[in-house]
Design a protein around this ligand. Structure first.
Ligand code: AMP
Length: 210
């Protein structure tokens, strides 16, 4: 099962991806997490992108495409994965298509969490407060000003990605404002309804020999 989770920052993508990971035993490939790890370990990549992430802007397409192309070749992603935070531009979506096609695989479904922007601002404030109350570091890009920049980037650059997948018949939209469990249930129902012909490359090879 190869999935994409789309939705504005703060929509609950990370939380829902974790549920799907547990249910379907596929890895969550979060470009935001990978980039934050690179920043924390002060790799060359991390040092180059830190100011972009801190400012709430998007990292260049070629950089994230290269990261994802490398990550999907890891053995744990052989039978599926859920992409969280990628693709975020139409160019990334097109590059992803090419990368997958060259491996003889494709995306099964794109799950979109739809959330009202005002609700997102409230949510992000709560997320920052809750992290601070737990004594955890608050993400630098979770402050309200940077968050607005992230939302603008989503509106201008990522919303059109949903339209691309809608026109391909892959987009499944769920109301992300519902309680976490309700969103998880709806996503599970969407996944349960996916056509069964979408089988992995390994299964297809076996089927070809039968
Ligand atoms: P996230 O955790 O997904 O909200 O990502 C945090 C930050 O990482 C974003 O605001 C961007 O600066 C950067 N980032 C993550 N994924 C991408 C992507 N697919 N394209 C460009 N920048 C990204």
């Amino acid at each position: 099962m190869r999935l994409i989770l789309l939705g504005p920052p703060g929509a609950g993508k990370g939380t829902q991806a974790t549920r799907i990971v547990t249910r379907f035993v596929i890895p969550q490939l979060s470009t935001g997490e990978m980039l934050r790890e690179a920043v924390a370990s002060r790799t060359r990549l991390g040092l180059a992108v830190k100011h972009i992430i801190d400012g709430g802007e998007l990292v260049p397409d070629d950089v994230v495409v290269a990261i994802v192309a490398d990550r999907i070749d890891h053995p744990d992603a052989a039978d599926g994965f859920i992409l969280d935070g990628f693709p975020r531009t139409v160019a990334q979506a097109e590059a992803l298509d090419k990368e997958l096609a060259s491996r003889g695989i494709a995306i099964d479904a794109v799950l979109e969490l739809k959330v009202d922007e005002n609700a997102l601002l409230d949510r992000i404030r709560c997320r920052a407060e809750a992290a601070a109350n737990r004594g955890e570091a608050v993400r630098r890009d979770d402050n309200p000003e940077v968050f607005k920049t992230r939302l603008e980037a989503y509106r201008a650059q990522t919303a059109p990605v949903a339209d691309c997948y809608r026109s391909q018949g892959l987009l499944k939209t769920v109301d992300g404002l519902q309680p976490i469990d309700a969103v998880a249930e709806q996503l599970a129902a969407v996944l349960a309804a996916l056509p069964l012909h979408r089988i992995s490359r390994e299964n297809r090879k076996l089927a070809d020999h039968e």
